[in-house]
Design a protein around this ligand. Structure first.
Ligand code: DOR
Ligand code: ZN
Length: 335
């Protein structure tokens, strides 16, 4: 049995820099047609010069593969309209992090006060730039995303023409917002479709499944599965594949992030097949994002086949999700 995907897209990806970039970028480029690249480097991408330099390093790292890195800028509340006009020639989206909320987000916004964010958000709205948001408060870890929903609601109402992507949603409350506000969209990761907090911490602690936002409960996962398997037109696949070296994961003070890019399509096709939802797979991993981002990706055909695939223990010094385990599907060929 085979299943063919056209131009799969990963609308939330961490490629890092230097040796890690060289290790992980080709893995995404092998199976995806394009990806929205996160700007949380150290220091974050806040200038056009840094953005173009980073894009060049990514392009060099992927070699001859057909793959387009869609760049993002790290949101700052002090950007000028003039700067954003220039940036809009190179990016489709800005990524907003509340300061300190996750890996390398220290330079994020200190406040979500709409009046402080207004000039930048108004300019973005006028320029058609998309706002991607890491939506968590600094409250109790299991409630952070739920608490952020009121902020999503204020943003969506205050800037009705601004497209807002709730990144890597993990709760039923975030799912419910999709049908309440026309301008709210979401990415959903592979790992949040598969695991709950039980898988992370219910038995022996699994550092390679620790991420932000932390995986939630069964009802939340059900809500994510529902909109993904039905390919709700406002959701798109975004892996949030976030590689960290093994010594930063298997240690005291484990970094947040699950590395999924090389196994994402194989695991997703298994999931969609299991739920008799293969007819919606193409929309979830490509077509919805093309509409939301008004983007036509380079053509790539990925043929998946129901032949077992043993996931390697590691790629360089990064351990992927399902390391050493066998998935039911493999990538047969990419054209
Ligand atoms: O788990 C995560 N890892 N969540 C994020 O928001 C950031 C990411 C990273 O950059 O490592
Ligand atoms: Zn991320």
């Amino acid at each position: 049995m085979t299943h063919t995907l056209l131009s799969p897209l990963d609308m939330h990806l961490h490629l890092r820099d230097e040796a890690m970039l060289k290790c992980v970028a080709p893995l995404s480029a092998q199976s995806f047609s394009a990806a929205l690249v996160m700007p949380n480097l150290v220091p974050p991408i806040t200038t056009i010069e840094a953005l173009l330099d980073y894009k060049k390093r990514i392009t060099e790292a992927i070699g001859n593969e057909t793959f387009e890195p869609l760049m993002t800028l790290f949101f700052r509340s002090d950007y000028t309209r003039d700067f954003l006009e220039k940036a809009a020639l190179h990016v489709k989206a800005l990524k907003l992090y509340p300061s300190g909320i996750t890996t390398n987000s220290e330079g994020g916004v200190a406040t979500m006060d709409i009046e402080i964010l207004r000039p930048v958000l108004e300019a973005m709205s006028d320029l058609g730039l998309i706002l991607c948001v890491h939506g968590e408060t600094n409250g109790f870890v299991m409630d952070r995303e739920k608490e952020f929903c009121t902020i999503y609601e204020s943003l969506a109402s205050a800037f009705p023409h601004l497209k807002i992507v709730m990144e890597h949603i993990t709760t039923k409350e975030s799912v419910a917002l999709l049908d309440k506000y026309e301008n709210l969209y979401a990415t959903i990761t592979l790992h949040h479709l598969l695991i709950t907090l039980d898988d992370v911490a219910g038995g022996m602690l699994k550092p390679h499944l620790f991420c932000k936002p932390i995986a939630k409960g069964y009802e939340d996962r059900e809500a994510l599965l529902h909109v993904s398997l039905h390919a709700h037109p406002k959701v798109m696949f975004g892996s949030d594949s976030a590689p960290h070296p093994i010594d930063k994961k298997e240690c005291c003070g484990c970094a947040a992030g699950v590395f999924t890019s090389p196994i994402a399509l194989q695991a997703l096709v298994e999931l969609f097949h299991k739920h008799h939802a293969l007819a919606n797979f193409q929309a979830f991993v490509s077509n919805n994002a093309q509409v939301i981002y008004a983007y036509k990706p380079p053509l790539k055909e990925v043929v998946l086949v129901k032949i077992p695939y043993v996931v390697p223990h590691s790629y360089g010094n990064v351990v992927p999700m399902f390391a050493n385990e066998t998935l039911a599907w493999s990538i047969e060929r990419v054209i």
